[in-house]
Ligand binder design. Structure first.
Ligand SMILES: Nc1ncnc2c1ncn2[C@@H]1O[C@H](COP(=O)(O)OP(=O)(O)O)[C@@H](O)[C@H]1O
Ligand SMILES: N[C@@H](CCC(=O)OP(=O)(O)O)C(=O)O
Length: 265
């Protein structure tokens, strides 16, 4: 693991389950703690890039849609309404610490094309200007994830980490990290602290692609880990329940599951 006490460029990904209560409404305390911690880390000299989901969830709440919409256009409409709410929230909270935020709505296609250089240039300039880039999938343009109901912001975050030449990607989940089996099904599941290589066995315990209904589950996080590994970037999966635990990463303390890019144990 790289020395995180030195100034680093870090991508932090938060999912809907971290940002909202089970009611679907905003978890105000958690979002405030997240922003405060990220602002503090940015002030300490690190360069933070936030990849945030939550647009569909917040949009649904704002539009008063009780059930999760089944059709893609309604989900897209929720995302479009919710994205404004999300950025309004981040803008307000980060401005309390005199930090500017910048919205980047991306698709994986752009990141695979020649045009990725445009994104890279903009991203680097936003960071040079001391602002915090906040990235989400452009759900109006790219609907694959909305149709599959897969939390594919995990691999978007990994692609952004590679594009930004980041030192580390941190994925905040609803679980401590990768376990040797799904802890929601098995009481004796044990946390795996370090994954030096992404073997077939690791892929199998993560549940395999598409096996976890309704969410990306661990499979999309393993996909993200593979993208990071190819880009030479370490990845940590940790619980987003208490965002202040992010400080542990920057104090070189063990937390969650670390996927090492160089195969170190
Ligand atoms: N081997 C495993 N280790 C940890 N979690 C697993 C594993 N296999 C399946 N899961 C499931 O993946 C879930 C995390 O993915 P997901 O629901 O997409 O969360 P989030 O969107 O918060 O990141 C866990 O709550 C757990 O039920
Ligand atoms: N673009 C969607 C993100 C979908 C997604 O990846 O969600 P999650 O599994 O909560 O990270 C949104 O903002 O709602």
């Amino acid at each position: 693991m790289i020395d995180m006490t030195k100034k680093k460029r870090v991508v932090v990904k938060v999912g809907t389950s971290t940002l909202t209560h089970s009611t679907g409404l905003l978890n105000i305390r958690r979002v405030e703690q997240l922003v405060k911690t990220l602002a503090d880390l940015q002030n300490a000299g690190h360069e933070i890039i936030l990849v945030s989901s939550g647009a569909v969830g917040l949009g649904r709440a704002k539009l008063g849609i009780k059930e999760r919409p089944k059709d893609t256009p309604t989900r897209q409409a929720c995302a479009a309404v919710g994205q404004c709410e999300l950025m309004y929230l981040y803008d307000n909270l980060f401005s309390e610490y005199s930090l500017n935020v910048a919205q980047l709505l991306l698709t994986k296609y752009i990141l695979l094309e020649d045009r990725r250089i445009n994104v890279q240039n903009a991203l680097n300039r936003i960071i040079e200007l001391g602002s915090i880039p906040i990235v989400n999938e452009n759900d109006t343009v790219s609907i694959d994830e909305l149709e599959l109901e897969m939390g594919e912001n995990d691999s978007l975050a990994a692609n952004v980490a590679v594009l930004a030449n980041a030192d580390l990607l941190i994925i905040m989940s609803d679980i401590e990290g990768l376990f040797d089996k799904d802890p929601h099904k098995y009481d004796d599941a044990e946390l795996i602290p370090v994954v030096p290589e992404i073997t077939e066995e690791i892929k199998a315990i993560a549940g395999g692609a598409g096996s976890s209904l309704g969410t990306g589950g661990m499979a999309t996080k393993i996909k993200a880990a593979e993208i990071c590994k190819n880009g030479g970037i370490d990845l940590i999966i940790m619980n987003g329940r208490d965002p202040r635990h992010l400080y542990k990463v920057f104090e070189n303390k063990p937390i969650g599951t670390l996927f090492t890019a160089n195969g170190e144990v």
